[in-house]
Design a protein around this ligand. Structure first.
Ligand code: MLT
Length: 394
């Protein structure tokens, strides 16, 4: 008799974005030839920047010659890339050691995998609404989850209070899905809470490069004390268009000690055992992104997406619809019109305008009645989608 992990039976039938993809294929099959504009999953549309392509092309040639061929690489990433990531943080006055940086295939994998090094008995605090991976991966492990309510009243930025009791605390800022960003003093309250209570903050910084206000923090390590309580996850998916190329990184400071164990050592042990590392070719591409020209090129791409965010927010302004996000984030979190619930609005927008977004309720109970649009489409399609949405709701 084989026993399965019964915790899986507590998950929803499908992962949120797979469910949306399924609904789109069904709709397309029923309505062949329909021009659907996808603003659901946060997938980028601009190609990789020239610098990354050049670097990867060179790396492909190297792989074809015995003298420059690369086999297994270091599981935690090549030094050349980790040095670049280190400088990226140093430019923001955050000093890291190279062995505190772990290159990975993206934030989603590491956010799920990091749970391997934490006991199942830890209590987990997850904001609601939020990126569904935090919830699903903890359900898979059978941990007890409580939620920090994010709503209009707290500007979708919940803070710790006397009822907050958790060892593992997830924070995503800029937030997916609401686009809300914690200020330095708000993040300081979370860091202080974690330090006082011996908790770990799992800080998802996947959208840091979209922060445009200089007074807003882009890394938790901008906050004093964070190196004693926080792990940071970041990704080149949205920053540099690596959604299909796959590269990210996780920062595990050596100062993180819990239950007498150094998290950095445990994570290294976990990664060297279970992770093969990111391919040499991709790491060369990622290295190029962190160079001077690469940075200029990816910033131009981010500005392009910011234009889309403006197109979306000005359409919503004209319609008088409440929303958050779009300024320091590629996501716009809008209230569903006419009292529709999230999935009703999803169906209405798909059938009435052939536009796809993500139902807010997929991100948690507080997301009900809200809807997320991404700024990652093309300028033309975003403008067209907003025309269709305005026509539908006018
Ligand atoms: C999203 O749309 O929330 C993200 O693209 C999903 C992800 O990064 O895995």
């Amino acid at each position: 008799m084989v026993y399965i992990n019964k915790n899986y039976t507590n998950l929803t039938e499908n992962y949120l974005f797979s469910e949306i993809a399924r609904k789109i294929s069904e709709y397309s099959a029923r309505n062949p030839g329909t021009d659907i504009i996808k603003m659901g999953i946060g997938d980028v549309t601009l190609p990789l920047c020239d610098e990354a392509i050049r670097a990867m092309t060179r790396a492909v040639s190297e792989m074809g010659k015995a003298e420059t061929f690369h086999g297994y690489g270091p599981e935690q990433g090549y030094d050349f890339l980790r040095q670049k990531i280190r400088s990226y943080y140093a430019d923001r006055k955050i000093q890291l050691d190279e062995d505190e940086i772990f290159v990975s295939d993206g934030a989603k994998s590491d956010l799920g995998n990091i749970l391997d090094i934490f006991g199942k008995e830890n209590r987990v605090l997850i904001p609601d609404p939020v990126y569904p991976v935090y919830v699903d991966t903890n359900i898979m492990d059978g941990r007890s989850i409580s939620f920090a309510d994010a709503d209009r009243e707290n500007n979708f930025l919940p803070m710790p209070n006397e009822n907050t009791h958790a060892e593992l605390i997830y924070i995503c800022s800029p937030n997916n899905p609401t686009g809300a960003v914690y200020s330095r003093s708000q993040l300081k309250s979370w860091v202080d809470f974690a330090l006082q209570n011996g908790s770990v903050i799992l800080f998802d910084a996947a959208y840091e490069s979209f922060v445009s206000s200089p007074d807003l923090p882009r890394s938790i390590y901008e906050i004093e004390g964070a190196k004693y309580c926080a792990v940071e996850f970041c990704s080149l998916s949205k920053t540099a268009g690596f959604t299909g190329t796959r590269c990210g990184y996780t920062i595990v400071p050596k100062s993180l000690v819990f239950d007498k164990y150094r998290l950095n050592k445990l994570w290294l042990r976990r990664q060297t055992t279970k992770f093969n590392g990111v391919s040499y070719i991709v790491q060369r591409g990622a290295e190029a992104v962190f160079g001077e020209t690469g940075q200029k090129q990816i910033k131009a791409n981010i500005d392009y997406y910011r234009e889309n965010a403006k197109l979306i927010t000005s359409a919503l302004d004209k319609l008088g619809i409440y929303y958050t996000g779009g300024k320091n984030s590629p996501y716009i979190w809008m209230e569903c019109p006419d009292g529709m619930n999230s999935w009703q609005f999803f169906d209405c927008l798909l059938s009435g305008a052939n536009v796809v977004g993500t139902p807010g309720s997929g991100f948690g109970k507080n997301g009900e009645g809200f809807f997320r649009l991404t700024a990652f489409s093309t300028n033309e399609k975003t403008a067209e989608a907003m025309e269709r949405l305005s026509g539908l709701l006018a």
